[in-house]
Design a protein around this ligand. Structure first.
Ligand code: ADP
Ligand code: MG
Length: 648
């Protein structure tokens, strides 16, 4: 029984209750009084929902004022049952799902008891109906059933009939009267016609107890065993699955907000992961060949205007001499360089291979590398040569078969040491280590032309040194060509050379324009996608917050059924888990479709393993963020303020 001694409660200097003392025992107890007289405040205090007041309240000798959160959970789940004016059922769930709700905190659910109580209250045939489709009278019976299945000692009902018609009111009162035969029932009402004989009546007026009709209160002093309520992981997922099923619209919105946010985040990080900007350069390479990234470093050349053909006659002719000694070796070990080859031209080349002699047409142009088609570039220390593909075709073997074959090379070089060209014969036996395509693609006044430089042979340093010795050539100033790995590398190397006073040869203007254009568009689309992805994250959080705020009443219902924050946390986690897994699976399955969108709008191709895995991780991360957002609302939900109590 409740022992209430001298309780007072003030709201802003006004007494809602003033020195109220009474005892409430087993049987039917009515609290009556005009609106605003303090009835609901009294119920809140005796049930532990309001713990700030003056005076003392105990239930079976247990001090209600000092109930801890876990004791409250136990009391709300097993000792006190609440019946409210507006039922406090979860409208989207079925009758059975509502009745079972408090039972998830118990290890075993008494299915037979549920069936019996539903039958007693004549709601058996409504078992699978959604609560929102029921009449008020039916709803109140469902609510009472939910509380009775808890098998509580006390039923506390605040204006249980105010929202009901006369007939349903009578039915509800009859049920409560029946319950009062075995339990403590406390009913707040202002409809005194519902009060029969044989009940205790307490009347409040302006916070004071003014009349009391009470037979000697029947004492109940059973000690409450404070058993722990706990939500198992299995039950948390049962709740989550039920909620997902019943609120499919909310689920779809949550899952798609996760999917959208993760996709847009992925787009904004894809630039750094997947290098989506290479497309622009791919066009450049397919138009001009890989040789577009070549930087030729030569000991001397005659600048524009001097050659007489095609040049501008007004430009001064200049003979440029530059000291390039030792530079080749430095570039050999430069990370930005994919290969470095000497540009030694030969004429009258004759090659003997496998007993056959081949004559190579002299082109009088600088040797050219477009692409390596087999093997490697001659950058090793042995006697190595890389030969043009056209020569391999003459030999009638494949590029791969050529690798490792030794050839006998004969040719002539020009020795310019005296200032005059002196023809010197040279010869060497070398091993083929690579085959190159020697096509030159050039554009002149808008017309593209292609030709192959068939006498492009490239020797390793040691092989070339030997031949230069035969040709009496002094010094180490051999012209060479390096291939930059990326357009940006090419420009960086050129700038470095310029700073040292070396003028390299190459198609720098074309590449530089491309690099500039690319960084611009990447930066622009980068900041746009960053903005969009930030907005999409905000959207996902907003969706989580809005749905959580809409669920405040629902969280409160869980709380007055005994769920603590940890329990609510666990099933909301399970709900987001289900949403995130769905979104991740959807992301994978729909990735070809999603990719169409991301390439069309953001030029971001996401169809590769790395980005798909990143996408899934982002979906999960968004799930966690949304879950945390919702959790904050759930934890902050105050059960009493979120539920309308009594007639207020
Ligand atoms: P009843 O249930 O009898 O209608 P209440 O117990 O709800 O009365 O309210 C008693 C008095 O306390 C009223 O004057 C009401 O305005 C006031 N009151 C109740 N709850 C609050 C609150 N949370 N904040 C401020 N005043 C309140
Ligand atoms: Mg009230």
């Amino acid at each position: 029984m409740f022992e209430i001694k001298n309780i007072s409660k003030k709201y802003n200097d006004d007494y809602a209750l003033n020195s109220v003392t009474l005892e409430i025992g087993k049987g039917l107890n009515f609290i009556i009084g005009a609106s605003g007289s303090g009835k609901t405040t009294l119920l809140k205090i005796i049930s532990g929902m309001e713990q700030e007041f003056d005076g003392q309240v105990s239930y079976n000798n247990k001090d209600i004022k000092t109930l801890t959160n876990s004791e409250k959970s136990y009391f709300y789940n097993s000792v006190f049952g609440f019946v409210w004016q507006d039922f406090n059922l979860i409208e989207d769930l079925t009758v059975l799902e509502n009745i079972k709700l408090p039972q998830y905190l118990k290890d075993t659910q008494n299915q037979r008891e549920i069936v019996k109580i539903m039958k007693d209250l004549k709601i058996s045939e409504l078992i699978n109906q959604k609560v929102k489709n029921l009449s008020g009278g039916q709803k109140q019976r469902v609510a009472i059933a939910r509380e009775l299945v808890k098998n509580p000692d006390v039923i506390i009902a605040d204006e249980p009939t105010s929202a009901l018609d006369e007939k349903s009111s009578k039915v509800t009162m009859d049920i409560l009267r029946e319950i009062a035969k075995v339990k403590t029932v406390i009913i707040v009402t202002h409809d005194t016609s519902l009060i029969g004989t044989n009940s205790n009546v307490f009347e409040l007026d302006k916070g004071e107890l003014i009349t009391k009709h009470q037979s000697e209160p029947i004492k109940t002093t059973k000690e409450q065993a404070s058993l722990k309520c706990r939500l198992s992981l299995k039950n948390a997922y049962s709740i989550a699955i039920t909620n997902t099923k019943r609120k499919i619209g909310k689920f779809i919105i949550t899952a798609s907000s996760l999917l959208i946010a993760a996709t847009l985040l992925l787009v904004s990080v894809s630039g750094t992961i997947g290098d989506s900007s290479t497309k622009m350069f791919d066009t450049l390479f397919s138009t001009y060949g890989d040789g577009i990234l070549d930087i030729n470093i030569v000991g001397s050349f005659t600048s524009a205007g001097g050659t007489g053909t095609g040049g501008n006659k007004d430009e001064p002719k200049a003979d440029v001499k530059q000291n390039i000694g030792g530079m080749y070796n430095k570039f050999l070990n430069d990370d930005r360089v994919s290969h470095a080859v000497f540009l030694q031209a030969f004429s009258n080349i004759k090659i003997t291979a496998e007993g056959k002699e081949y004559k190579i047409q002299t082109s009088n142009s600088v040797p050219v590398v477009n692409k390596l088609t087999a093997g490697k570039m001659p950058m090793g220390s042995g006697n190595e040569v890389v030969v043009p593909k056209s020569f391999i075709e003459k030999m009638n073997i494949t590029d791969k078969q050529a690798i490792g074959k030794t050839i006998s090379f004969k040719g002539e070089v020009y020795n310019w040491d005296s200032g005059q060209p002196i023809i010197m014969p040279v010869t060497t036996d070398v091993t083929i280590v690579g085959v190159v395509d020697t096509t030159v693609i050039s554009e002149y006044e808008g017309k593209k032309s292609e030709y192959s430089v068939d006498d492009s042979f490239f020797f390793s340093k040691s092989a070339l040194d030997k031949m230069r010795a035969q040709g009496n050539m002094s010094g180490d100033k051999i012209n060479f060509s390096i291939r930059a790995k990326t357009p940006a590398d090419m420009i960086a190397i050129k700038d470095e050379l310029n700073a040292k006073g070396i003028v390299p040869l190459g198609r720098f203007e074309l590449v530089e324009d491309m690099v500039r254009l690319n960084t611009q568009t990447t930066a622009q689309s980068g900041s746009a996608t960053t903005l969009i992805s930030v907005l999409s994250v905000i959207l996902a959080i907003a969706v989580a917050l809005i749905t959580a705020i809409m669920r405040k009443r629902e969280y409160a219902i869980y709380k007055v059924s005994g769920f603590n924050n940890k329990n609510i946390n666990l099933f909301s986690f399970a709900e987001f888990n289900i949403a995130a897994i769905t979104a991740a699976v959807l992301f994978l399955v729909a990735s070809p479709l999603i990719n169409k969108g991301t390439t069309a709008f953001f030029h971001a191709d996401i169809l590769n393993g790395k980005l798909l895995i990143t996408g899934i991780l982002l979906v999960v991360a968004m799930g966690v963020v949304s879950y945390l957002a919702e959790l904050i609302v759930a934890v902050k939900t105050n059960a009493v303020t979120a539920l309308k109590t009594g007639d207020r």
